[in-house]
Each structure stands twice: as C-alpha cells, then as structure tokens.
Design a protein around this ligand. Structure first.
Ligand SMILES: [Zn+2]
Ligand SMILES: [Zn+2]
Length: 158
C-alpha cells in the first residue's frame, strides 16, 4: 500500500480489495496490483513472524508474516501467468523458491525444497490478514531492537 493512500499509524484505511473472504478457513488473497489472486486454507488465522535477513531484504521491512500450510492449501485463482519465480540457496544448501507478482513484486508464497509438501504463505496479503494475531516467530535472533520495543510480550521465538 502506498503511503499516500493510507493513514500511517491511524485507524486502518480500508483498501477497496479488503473484503472479508472467510469461508471455513479459506482466505482470499491478492497482490498489490491485484493481477494475481489466490486462496489459502489456514488451520488457524494467525501470523508467524520471520525475522530472517532474507525476509528483511525481500520485503524491505523488519519481518514477514507467514504460515506454513500444506501445498494443496494454496490455489492461484487468477493471474497465474503473472507469477514469477526467484530462487536462492537456503542455509540448508537446498533451494528456496519465491513466487511473486511480476507486475507489483508482492510475494505470494515460498516453497522450500527441504519441505516439498508444504508452502509458506504470506499471511498479511490475505484479505483480513491485518486483523489476525501474531502468535509466534522464527529467526528471533534477527529481530531488530526496536521491534522488540514495539511488542515486548510476544512469545520468544526459537
Ligand atoms: Zn501484482
Ligand atoms: Zn524469513
């Protein structure tokens, strides 16, 4: 979301695409330009924060909001031809495949060779994701000191 069209730290400005999309744990998602749309089935509507250096680089923020779900739990509904792939070698030496919108660069999900049956979906891109709680975190050693100040009581990661 562009700074100009939102209210920073104010009451949430509702993006036109933000319609509650909840049917039995199935959430609708879209990239910023809305060329790509998808659905994701979540067992629990919650975020796991990742503080790793790669998420910081790719997203330009202090952490990313994710959930690991079964691969079949994510369905690209439209714009599949607009989904690009970027891959890098993870700490394990195996590849991580990042799938993103080629127009606006929103990252939709990641797929790791070490977890072939699972994908990592970016939960904040799901409609209503802004109201999901953050219930866990990984790579907490990468957490920026001021993020700790923002939310001290969040359970310590592993
Ligand atoms: Zn897009
Ligand atoms: Zn990460």
């Amino acid at each position: 979301m562009d700074i100009k069209d939102g209210v920073l730290f104010g009451s949430g400005s509702e993006h036109p695409s933000l319609k509650k999309g909840r049917e039995e744990g199935v959430w609708r998602g879209s990239c910023h330009c809305e060329n790509v749309r998808w659905t994701a089935r979540l067992e629990n509507a919650e975020h796991v924060l990742c503080h790793c250096a790669t998420c910081q680089k790719l997203g330009g923020g202090p952490y990313s909001c994710n959930q690991i779900i079964p691969k079949e739990g994510l369905v690209i509904v439209s714009g599949n031809e607009n989904v690009g792939e970027y891959e890098y070698k993870g700490a394990s030496g195996k590849f991580v495949h990042c799938y993103f919108c080629k127009s606006c660069t929103s990252h939709i999900y990641h797929h790791q060779d070490v977890m072939p049956d699972k994908i990592i979906v970016r939960t904040l891109l799901l409609d209503g994701g802004g109201s999901m709680p953050a219930t866990g975190e990984i790579f907490a050693e990468g957490k920026l000191s001021w993020v700790r100040d923002l939310k001290e009581e969040l359970a310590a990661g592993q």
